[in-house]
Design a protein around this ligand. Sequence first.
Ligand code: SF4
Length: 302
Amino acid sequence: MQRNQWKTASAQLLKHWHRSGISQVPVVSLQSLADATAWLEENSSTLFDEYEPQTLISASSVNESGQVQPAISGPDQQSVEEKRIDQRTRNQPESTSKSLGKWNSPSLVIIDRQGVLDSLNERVMACRKCEEIVCRRQRTVFGVGAVDARVVMFGEAPGADEDRVGEPFVGAAGQLLDKILIASGLNRDEVYIVNALKCRPPNNRTPTDAEIENCRPFFENQLETIQPEYIVCWGSVAVRAVLGSQDSVGRLRGKFHSYRGAKVLVTYHPAYLLRNPDAKRLAWEDMKMLMKDMGIAIPTKG
Ligand code: SF4
């Protein structure tokens, strides 16, 4: 592996290890990255001992940008790595929300997760399942954030701003979400943000059940790959997608639900909060419940 590839891969790995509480890893900053990289090169042979060989990504599968690519194989022979990624992105159950067992597959190391998500994103970009949507979309909106996030913020569908930029929650509702996250001690780059639908419905209409089912394999694979401890469902569409429930947010909020072992919190969508400011107090109560369960200190006034 070339040195610049080590830099990108090691930065991701070290960040993950720090979050995992591995104390022998040096503190990472831009200034210390060169030292950390050298340290990783010297110690990588023993550090990787804890991982099963099949969970390691080969050096040749990391491209110049530090992204994982399926290993190149001959036309008749698919590599073990490519088969494994394909299995995770293709062979998921059609619908899992009604049979809430634990995650299907073992947790992946961070660069493996990124590789799976990159592969899945390529399929999203090529997807044309929803006829009414696909002819009007500008961009698909896959998801952003930390692939080792403890919490996934799960929204509805892209709006006009998201359709233009290709990122979830970037419009006015996104700015409110950012404020809520900051107030909750959660930076945007520490969480993973995803929508039920990857494409904008015409005129921002509510996604249909059929469209949610069309997109289900994509968001279920994202959740399966990240395997978060918590999922926050922002609004009733997210509730329908993750919990399979038609109940209102008002009836479901205020307690934890379950999706494959992750704790699911239901609260109001930021767009609803912009239209109904009185509900912000309830959303804040929900976030405080999340923070308490996550062990995040709740700020006190004054
Ligand atoms: S919303 Fe999902 S299922 Fe529908 S076209 Fe877009 S990516 Fe495909």
